[in-house]
Design a protein around this ligand. Structure first.
Ligand SMILES: Nc1ncnc2c1ncn2[C@@H]1O[C@H](COP(=O)(O)OP(=O)(O)OP(=O)(O)O)[C@@H](O)[C@H]1O
Ligand SMILES: [Mg+2]
Length: 410
């Protein structure tokens, strides 16, 4: 597959080639600053399996881009409370809010000094509210009210598998349309939900559509649409059976809901298709985030292949929370040899403990390098950035700034 990024051919100068850790394997390095500085980059989507650092990476990238002079909005999903508070988005209100405490772009940070006040807005996705907004914008007030009050709608909009993924895409489409219209942002950074399976958010619109398109739903819809006398005997039988199981009110609610929703349906499909196309466009860059563990990297490989199959522009892989190599150049073997020479001699417990720790850490670093090497061998043209694990969680702008610096390889 070919990794590419907006406005750049894979051979562009921002892809630096260098050895990865101690393995000596040449891997393309991902040049984050070139990506976020490129005016052609309009959307960055951070995806990856659960808990790998998607939200942290999204926020860190957005902050770095803003402080280098871009007008940025970051669309986050379920950020940790402290992180949300530090970005001023502790309340779920589905509206991008300005993040306070940004630093002005400086030439030394690679930004364009004095050009514009740094601008970063952040938003936490409220799935149900986004769904409601779509309904209100697409249906007549009376219809919208019917739908919003319907118990099936309430259930669907807050718990249907894939709704969160779908709504994240719906919100991205909305923000992008607004940004195009009034030029508020020139970069949208998108976090993705912790999906059980990779790229659920790409499948969600289709799943939602096929749910609404499904035969069961069609069947239920029929009596609500046509006069009862046109119903076939078979259908009456099914409906009667359902009425017995579900109760008349429930069935009526379901029918009303589906009938009302049906009118919105075309709109949903169309917008999902548009957003899909937006994701495939040249101005979009996907970053796959993974932790340096076999499962996460396997999942990352799947993401990379899936993105390629869907024609989504992949900018690179971010291996987050990598083990920091210990100080000095003592190898694991040397540390273990020294440890065995110390034997059980008394008075050296602390030294022995440190040697064991050093050996363990060095082994871990080697193991992670090997995993990255394997990934690189299978996907040689995917540029990679490695972000070491910090000693604490990332919960404030300073932490995000540090992650941004590490992402940029500084
Ligand atoms: N490089 C890092 N060093 C230290 N801690 C980190 C690093 N990256 C992320 N974390 C911490 O790891 C935790 C998980 O990160 P984050 O919430 O960004 O993951 P996620 O992929 O968005 O998770 P989810 O799939 O649940 O949405 C957070 O507490 C975050 O502060
Ligand atoms: Mg997250």
């Amino acid at each position: 597959m070919t990794a590419h990024s907006p406005g750049h051919a894979p051979s562009s100068p921002r892809l630096r080639v260098g050895p990865l850790a101690s393995t000596g394997v040449d891997t393309l390095s991902l040049d984050i600053d070139a990506l976020i500085d490129d005016p052609a980059t309009g959307i960055i989507v951070c995806c990856g399996s659960g808990g790998v650092g998607k939200t942290t990476t999204s926020a860190a990238l957005a902050l770095r881009a803003a402080e280098r002079g871009r007008n940025v909005v970051v669309l986050t999903i379920d950020p940790a409370r402290r992180l949300a508070q530090s970005m001023g988005i502790a309340e779920l209100d589905n509206t991008p809010r300005p993040v306070a405490g940004l630093r002005w772009p400086t030439a030394s940070a690679g930004g364009k000094p004095g050009k514009t006040e740094p601008r970063m807005d952040a938003m936490m996705l409220d799935m149900k509210r986004t769904f409601d907004e779509v309904v209100v914008s697409q249906a007549s007030p009376e219809r919208a009210r019917q739908i919003l009050e319907n118990p099936f709608y309430v259930a669907l909009s807050s718990s249907f598998a894939g709704t969160q993924e779908y709504m994240a895409m719906e919100k991205l489409g909305q923000i992008h349309r607004d940004a195009e219209a009034d030029g508020t942002y020139d970069l949208i950074v998108v976090d993705t939900p912790p999906s059980r399976s990779a790229l659920d958010f790409l499948d969600a619109p289709e799943r939602l559509s096929s749910f609404l398109d499904g035969r069961f739903i069609r069947l239920l819809l029929a009596p609500a649409r046509g006069p009862a006398r046109l119903m076939t005997a078979g259908l009456t039988l099914v409906t009667n059976a359902l009425t017995k199981v579900l109760g008349a009110q429930v069935l009526r609610d379901l029918q009303t809901f589906v009938a009302a929703f049906d009118t919105l349906f075309g709109g949903f499909r169309q917008r999902a298709q548009k957003t899909f196309e937006l994701l495939q466009a040249d101005g979009t860059a996907f970053l796959v985030v993974a932790s340096p563990e076999p499962d996460a990297l396997r999942e990352a490989a799947y993401f990379v292949e899936r993105l390629s199959a869907d024609g989504m522009p992949l900018a690179g892989l971010i291996v987050n929370r990598a083990t920091q190599p210990p100080e000095g150049d003592l190898s694991a073997e040397e540390a273990l040899a020294a440890l065995s020479r110390l034997g059980k001699r008394s008075g050296h417990q602390v030294t022995a403990g440190l040697l064991r720790l050093h050996a363990d850490r060095t082994r871990m670093v080697e193991r992670e390098a090997l995993l990255r090497e394997r990934f690189a061998a299978a996907h040689p043209d995917v540029p990679t950035a490695v972000v070491p694990a910090l000693s604490t969680d990332v919960h404030d702008l300073e932490g995000l700034r540090r992650v941004g610096t590490l992402l940029a390889g500084e």
